[in-house]
Design a protein around this ligand. Structure first.
Ligand SMILES: Cc1cc2nc3c(=O)[nH]c(=O)nc-3n(C[C@H](O)[C@H](O)[C@H](O)COP(=O)(O)OP(=O)(O)OC[C@H]3O[C@@H](n4cnc5c(N)ncnc54)[C@H](O)[C@@H]3O)c2cc1C
Length: 321
């Protein structure tokens, strides 16, 4: 297929690139390794309980994004959530955080369970992308929206020589890991309606997904995020061992309820420790772009801004012979 843009990753940044290109009738394909879209705006079912296990809410400062949010609010895709974040409105997606990605993904050519294993650049101006399972995808432009170390690892064997200053700035981007502990309770939790930031002990965040309006068939479904230092420390621990160590610290938020089911999710790339000094990277020589929260800012909003910025670069490239 001529003049196709291949987008790796269906998180918020990759989906916004895809939406913008699709609105101009551009040819594209999105390759996503997971079974669903959303990336770190992820919702997980454990038994009959549902949890937001990655991003919990987002804030919006960018005026262009504000206009989109207002439109999504009218359509019921996002809603205001209880509490404020440093005086700013907290937004959540509906019915859960992954709902925004699902809406953005509608009618887009997305191939799920398609893990990209290698990419190759040919001097004729074409990218070849190897997908696990043997599929070969070709395109004239390539977008990498995965966390930067994963994107660089993919490029390593591709014969692409990035400009030295871009290469070294990208290579310097590393991410905090985050452990997410998901617990279902046999009674109501003692968590505030809007979730709670925690500054002491092993956790940095707790939210009850029943109070958030996501989980319905259980008395309480609580997401705990372990703080940065303890996520590093316990990252490689077995699930059983980890819960044995951390469950006692959950007590203040469990009320009189008992844990009846539990699940661990390890986020290797949770949030970038440092970000790139521009909202995206576009290299016209290779028609190669990078986007994501490592560019626009280490939150949902930053990832969205980055995807929109890269889409503008690519649209500009349509005019280039
Ligand atoms: C635990 C946690 C809590 C957070 N809390 C908040 C919060 O409260 N508020 C907030 O604003 N932000 C929060 N964030 C950050 C926010 O989730 C991210 O900034 C944002 O979702 C990043 O979007 P993205 O598109 O850049 O990347 P991602 O969402 O990571 O999307 C990248 C996609 O690429 C896919 N991919 C990777 N490699 C390949 C491959 N080889 N082939 C195919 N597909 C591939 C991945 O599966 C993924 O779907 C949190 C993140 C985590 C992990």
């Amino acid at each position: 297929m001529k003049n196709t843009t291949v987008i790796i990753g269906a998180g918020i940044s990759g989906l916004l690139v895809a939406r913008e290109l699709a609105s101009r009738n551009a040819r594209l394909v999105v390759l996503e390794k997971s079974r669903g879209v959303g990336g770190r705006m992820s919702t997980k079912r454990v038994g009959s309980a549902v949890f937001d296990q990655g991003a919990q809410f987002f804030t919006v400062r960018d005026e262009h994004l504000e206009a989109r949010i207002a439109c999504w609010e009218r359509k019921g895709v996002v809603a205001r959530w209880a509490g404020k974040e440093n005086g700013e409105e907290r937004w959540i997606a509906r019915p859960s955080m992954t709902g925004l990605a699902k809406t953005l993904a509608q009618n887009l050519p997305i191939k799920l369970q398609s893990q990209v294993q290698a990419v190759r650049w040919h001097d004729c101006g074409c990218w070849e992308v190897d997908v696990a399972g043997g599929e070969l995808v070709r395109g004239e432009r390539l977008v990498l929206s995965s966390p930067v170390p994963q994107s660089l690892a993919l490029l390593e064997a591709s014969g692409v020589e990035l400009p030295a200053e871009v290469r070294s700035a990208l290579a310097a981007i590393d991410y905090h890991p985050c452990l997410a502990l998901l617990v279902t309770l046999d009674g109501p939790s003692a968590v505030d309606d809007g979730g709670e930031k925690i500054t002491t002990g092993p956790f940095r965040w707790v939210a009850d997904n029943v109070r958030k309006g996501i989980a319905q068939n259980v008395p309480a479904a609580v997401t705990f995020h372990v703080n940065r230092a303890d996520s590093e420390k316990y990252y490689g621990w077995e699930e059983e061992e980890l819960f044995a160590r951390l469950e006692p610290a959950m007590k203040p938020w469990l009320g009189d309820a008992k844990v009846v089911a539990r699940k661990l999710h390890r986020w290797r790339y949770s949030e970038p420790r440092t970000t790139y000094p521009a909202p995206c990277v576009w290299l016209p020589k290779y028609r190669l772009g990078f986007c994501g929260d490592a560019f626009g800012g280490a939150r949902v909003e930053g990832a969205a801004i980055s995807g929109l910025a890269l889409a503008r670069e690519i649209v500009g490239d349509f005019a280039t012979p």
